[in-house]
Design a protein around this ligand. Sequence first.
Ligand SMILES: NC(=O)c1ccc[n+]([C@@H]2O[C@H](COP(=O)([O-])OP(=O)(O)OC[C@H]3O[C@@H](n4cnc5c(N)ncnc54)[C@H](OP(=O)(O)O)[C@@H]3O)[C@@H](O)[C@H]2O)c1
Length: 294
Amino acid sequence: MKKSLTILITGATAGIGRHTALHLARAGHRVFATGRKPAALAALATEAAGTKLETLELDVTSAASIDAAREEIANRTKGNGLDVLVNNAGYGLMGPLEEITDQDLRAQYDTNVFGLVAMLRAFVPQMRARGFGRIINVSSMGGRMTFPFMGAYNSTKYAVESLSDALRMELAPFGVSVSLIEPGAIKSDFADRATATTRPLAGSPYAPILANSDKMKKQFEATEVGPECVSRAIEKAATARRPRARYVAPGRTILALLMMRLLPTSWTDALLRLAVGLTRRKLALGEGAHPALG
Ligand SMILES: NC(=O)c1ccc[n+]([C@@H]2O[C@H](COP(=O)([O-])OP(=O)(O)OC[C@H]3O[C@@H](n4cnc5c(N)ncnc54)[C@H](OP(=O)(O)O)[C@@H]3O)[C@@H](O)[C@H]2O)c1
């Protein structure tokens, strides 16, 4: 039988985090499923009855909440702490970059980047001291390619990729591994929540495209698969003898990443613009408009 690990997952009240918490608990691991919503945590605990899943309130943007969680974990594990930390909490801020407010952009970084770093700072010291630990950071295919109207979100995932690469090298001598999980389009609350962040300004030149954000969401949803492949990738990163630096899930997402690497940028720009209808005709621009728009 495989060794039972002590694992903490952030953002376990919905989507990938919730599915992974249940998956790992059912595989026999002790899972601290954390999140901001007590009612959602209670429902998860009920569903996980009979496993070693425990819930804990945790908002990754609150230093007080992280401190309290660290103390609680120390108590509940009698000072042993975590074997594995899964930084999963995150959301997508969508919209044309020039129309996104600083406040919204900062909030996006507070959760997806600073929240993740704060979690590392809270739990890595004990792993380093023990000479064993695994950090698993949920990034995105959007951490390696950028989509129009997703620049704010994608840039946070690029940051997660780079921070994880540095951390992997820094922590290797201490016996702590760092893996990135790079999901493609996965069924969860993500798309609904991301679309809800699109707030075109009054008179926005992008309005004709953003008016179709429901259509964009449907296109995205048509390519979605369930969260099982991501849960399995996280399990592999947690249990493999030699965890990999990156896990892409589902596997077919690699094709899109390869395409980005091999095709000229002018081609991939054109393809991605077309995918969201970002053309001069759709924007109803006249002949005098910037020639860069098709
Ligand atoms: N779904 C996809 O297609 C996809 C693709 C690539 C990458 N990802 C990444 O996968 C991760 C999980 O996303 P998902 O698809 O499962 O989306 P989801 O269904 O919207 O779940 C996101 C989870 O993160 C939590 N969260 C957000 N802010 C938080 C905070 N400040 N503190 C603690 N928890 C917080 C949410 O909790 P609340 O309910 O309290 O908001 C929720 O539990 C994210 O990092 C996302 O960027 C998703």
